[in-house]
Ligand binder design. Structure first.
Ligand code: UDP
Ligand code: MG
Length: 325
């Protein structure tokens, strides 16, 4: 048997055949240098390339490599969640598979953890090799999120972070379906601190976060932690009603006391388009919330595991009910 597992490194992977072996080697080098027990817990999020066979091979020759193989693509945030459910370590590190997050930074995180911090998140001071569009939308997103929520979600941090076992246990009690993991970690609390780093370029391959997935993630972030988008509907509605009322008085005055009320086709069309646009937009906001409520009530499992390598499969649901029951 290998030594006590002190660190669990959780790595979500989706079609990363070009980088995954290099990632494995670099993580191994870094973790070996700690001289303590660790596991590399890969979560295959339904890759359709050779990622799984490479990882299976690694787990065959290296006891520290474990693999959770999802039945299909469930998404990055869910893959991280599964990693936390299965992690055995006293400290759990979440890191991307594409080496944009430098594995060497883990050592710095461990130092902070040993100083007594429960969450050590990595803050990006610079992002290399990403498009102007991606950087700008990311920056905008983090600021919008911050403005729209009441909990303190740090700016410019992704999911690259170390969490203590007790934070992980709390995360496991959260049943939420449309998860925004970094927000949930902030929400859980405990002693949190940052280490700074420069985000490297992706080693190979292309981003697995197309605009559609980024939009979904931002919506999840904003709706999970605040009602402010809903309040927007209330306030806009109030404002528009007030404007409408004032304009009604104007129209009535013109109708009763002047005879200049026939023209106005353009203004009617403009008001019609503008107002129906706003109404639909706000309906959409409400819809985002209702859709999420619907997801919660269906209460489907968060993910389905096809097979585990290097460890036994377990069920998230059972784990939860045993804990609370
Ligand atoms: N990923 C995943 N499932 C997905 C999309 C991405 O597990 O549906 C993984 C991916 O393999 C990588 C991490 O999540 O390890 C971050 O993805 P990526 O590097 O493509 O995002 P970016 O850095 O471009 O924001
Ligand atoms: Mg990346």
């Amino acid at each position: 048997m290998s030594a006590h597992v002190k660190y669990s490194i959780v790595i979500p992977v989706y079609n990363e055949e070009e980088v995954i072996y290099e990632t494995y080697k670099r993580l191994k080098r870094v973790m070996d240098s700690t001289g303590e027990g660790y596991e590399l817990l890969f979560v295959n999020d339904g890759s359709r390339d050779e990622t799984v066979s490479i990882l299976k091979e690694c787990s065959g020759i290296d006891q520290s490599v474990k693999l959770i193989d999802f039945s299909r693509n469930f998404g990055h945030q869910i893959a991280i969640t599964a990693g936390m459910d299965y992690a055995a370590g006293d400290a759990i590190v979440i890191i991307d598979a594409d080496l944009q997050d430098p594995p060497e930074l883990i050592l710095k995180m461990i130092e902070k953890w040993k100083e007594g911090y429960d969450v050590v998140y990595a803050k990006r001071t610079q992002r290399k090799g990403e498009t102007f569009f991606k950087k700008q939308t990311a920056a905008l997103f983090y600021r919008l999120l911050r403005a729209s929520t009441d909990i303190d979600i740090p700016l410019d941090t992704g999911d690259f972070r170390l969490i203590d076992r007790k934070v992980c246990e709390e995360m496991k009690r959260i049943p939420e379906k449309n998860r925004f993991v970094r927000g949930l970690v902030s929400w859980v609390g405990f002693r949190q601190t940052a280490v700074e780093y420069t985000r490297d370029e992706r080693l190979a391959g292309e981003t697995k976060y197309p605009l559609k997935k980024m939009l979904k993630l931002s919506m999840d972030g904003m709706t999970s932690f605040s009602y402010k988008p809903l309040k927007l509907a209330t306030y806009t509605g109030g404002l528009l009603s007030l404007a409408g009322f004032i304009y009604m008085l104007v129209v009535l005055y013109l109708k009763l006391f002047t005879d200049s009320t026939v023209t106005g086709w353009a203004s009617i069309i403009i008001i019609q388009l503008l107002f129906s646009g706003i109404v639909l937009l706000l309906l959409g906001v409400i819809g985002e919330y209702i859709g999420r409520i619907y997801d919660e009530t269906k209460d489907r499992p968060l993910y389905i595991v096809r097979e585990c390598y290097g460890m036994e499969p377990k069920s998230r649901k059972v784990q939860g009910s045993v804990k609370h029951g």
